[in-house]
Design a protein around this ligand. Structure first.
Ligand code: NOJ
Ligand code: CA
Length: 540
């Protein structure tokens, strides 16, 4: 029966081709996933060696963080050659082999594209430096004269997302814009050459067989006319609530439309997913209008604190805003830029309990979900990494705000010295792994039916088998304060207790899966604190 339902659904998805609408996509931070050649750094060979794990986990696709040639000032988000693989991660042949192998495992592959900025080592920027002011080579980036008597002040007051001014001055007197690190000069998207180059880059990877792109800083390529001042400091704090002149300008949508036309010209439903930190869910929905990208990460959901009313509100608003443009919602709890949600929700036992409940909540919602590597193991943020290892450009400028702690290598087995991440005999992984991570390893958790990994595997199996899931909407049920309850279609219900106390309510069916112990007696269920339950409904 289960097999049949699954086959029908596969046929249906194939027919409509809209696989991304309810896909579960696993984010692989290549540097920290698996080390295939034994230098302590994850690589493409390592990813290939773990495809079986990902297929067994039950995800539909993987998104690979940048693995292109890069001086690694921002761990690959500073690309020097968009058409080649950095030797740290392997070769172009490895990338091709990974894409083909993933397809053989039934996994689609999404790669990152970084169009807002290049590396300062990119040949274009090197040419721009050498060619000097007023030359066509400088027109590919955003060079300006400074203000003040001798041009000694930056052209405007913009701040870099990583902290400090967004402008750096060259010895020849001109300034160039970098919304991120100085090693990441912003491209000039008013220059047709930049458009043509990126269309060619997209074609290069589409021809190699990728199924889509995650578009880095997809809200940043176009800047407000005349590069006006913001008018005050602390601009990064505004990004989530206001439109600033360097982000979310209406002009970026023309680029997304052109890219959508390009994606649609390829067979096999290739997709684009927008990374857009924008002020509201309504503005986020602009990125997934029918002629733009297919998905946009829902960071409003990611940043919602552990509170039932807040979750219900963000879920309703997300479904309404994406629904209004006919797009699925795209849920995400963690990624390589934010503190892992186990830690955000309270760290330790409490954080893990909530993270397990959050997984069942998220995976039950209509739409697509991203899973960040290690969240299926319940990994916490590593907060005590030794100072000498910390090289994240964001931390260098903002010590409180480093991203290293969510990028620690994945523990695969309960063996010293590095839990199966690297080859035996290798002394060090690029970031050290906590000595306590053996029981959190994949191998340990596969043996334990109560582990977080087992919970994710079971949830993904049920999600695949239930035809009432997918991207159909949800119906809220009445439930006590501090809890959430909803149904999807006729056959499936979810209850979540976001309080620290047990809560009783009428059992909405029979238990399919629970994130913590669940007691049902006489039609009433007692929900454990900070827990979620999936229910099958016999009336279906
Ligand atoms: C977003 C990426 O996810 C992040 O890691 C990077 O530092 C910035 N964009 C700049 O490319
Ligand atoms: Ca390696």
């Amino acid at each position: 029966m289960t097999e049949l339902v699954h086959a029908d659904r596969a046929a249906e998805t194939e027919a409509t081709g809209r696989w991304w609408r309810d896909a579960v996509i696993y984010q692989v931070y290549v540097r920290s996933f698996a080390d295939g050649n034994g230098d302590g750094i994850g690589d493409l060979l390592g990813v290939r060696s773990r495809l079986r794990y990902l297929a067994d986990l039950g995800v539909d696709a993987i998104w690979l963080n940048p693995f292109y040639t890069s001086p690694m000032a921002d761990f690959g988000y500073d690309v020097a050659d968009y058409r080649d693989v950095d030797p740290i991660f392997g070769s172009l042949a490895d990338a091709k082999a990974l894409i083909d192998d993933a397809h053989r495992h039934g996994l689609r592959v999404i790669v990152d594209v970084v169009p807002n900025h290049t590396s300062d080592q990119h040949v274009w920027f090197q040419e721009a430096l050498a060619a000097g002011p007023g030359t066509p080579a400088r027109e590919r980036y955003i060079f300006r004269e400074g203000k003040g008597a001798d041009g000694e002040l930056p052209p405007n007051d913009w701040e870099s997302v990583f902290g400090g001014p967004a402008w750096t001055r060259l010895p020849d007197g001109q300034w160039y814009l970098h919304l991120f690190a100085p090693e990441q000069p912003d491209l000039n998207w008013e220059n047709p050459e930049v458009h043509a180059e990126f269309e060619s880059i997209l074609r290069f990877w589409l021809d190699l067989g990728v199924d889509g792109f995650r578009i880095d800083v997809s809200h940043g390529m176009v800047k407000a006319e005349g590069l006006p001042d913001v008018g005050h400091a602390d601009q990064v704090k505004m990004i989530g609530t206001e439109v600033v002149p360097f982000f979310d300008q209406d002009g970026v949508h023309e680029i997304h439309r052109a890219w959508r036309r390009l994606l649609d010209s390829y067979p096999g439903m290739r997709i684009g997913v927008a990374e857009a930190w924008v002020p509201s869910l309504d503005r986020l929905a602009n990125y997934v209008r029918p002629d733009e990208m297919h998905q946009a990460f829902n960071f409003h959901f990611l940043t919602t604190p552990w509170d039932a009313a807040r979750f219900r509100k963000v879920i309703d608003e997300s479904l309404a805003s994406s629904g209004a443009v006919g797009a699925p919602a795209t849920w995400v709890l963690s990624n390589h830029d934010v503190k892992r949600h186990v830690t955000r929700y309270g760290h330790g036992e409490l954080g893990l309990r909530r993270a397990r409940a959050a997984a069942l909540l998220t995976l039950a919602l209509p739409g697509s979900t991203y899973v960040y590597q290690g969240e299926e193991l319940g990994l916490p943020e590593v907060l005590d990494l030794p100072e000498e290892y910390l090289t994240d450009p964001q931390r260098l400028r903002n010590p409180e705000d480093g991203r290293d702690g969510c990028r620690v290598p994945i523990p695969w087995a309960d063996v010293e010295p590095h839990f199966g991440f690297s080859l035996p005999g290798i002394e060090e992984t690029w970031l050290p792994m906590p000595a306590s991570w053996g029981p959190l390893s994949v191998e340990s958790q596969l043996r334990d039916p109560a582990s977080t990994l087992s919970l994710y595997r079971e949830a993904l199996r049920i999600r695949r088998d239930l035809t009432s899931l997918g991207d159909e909407s949800l119906t809220w049920l009445d439930s006590p304060a501090g809890t959430l309850a909803f149904t999807r279609g006729d056959g499936f219900a979810v209850t979540v207790n976001l309080t620290g106390e047990p809560v009783e309510l009428p059992a909405p069916g029979r238990v399919l899966l629970a994130s913590a112990g669940v007691e049902v007696a006489g039609g009433t269920v007692r929900l454990a604190p900070d827990s979620a339950v999936w229910w099958g409904r016999d009336d279906a």
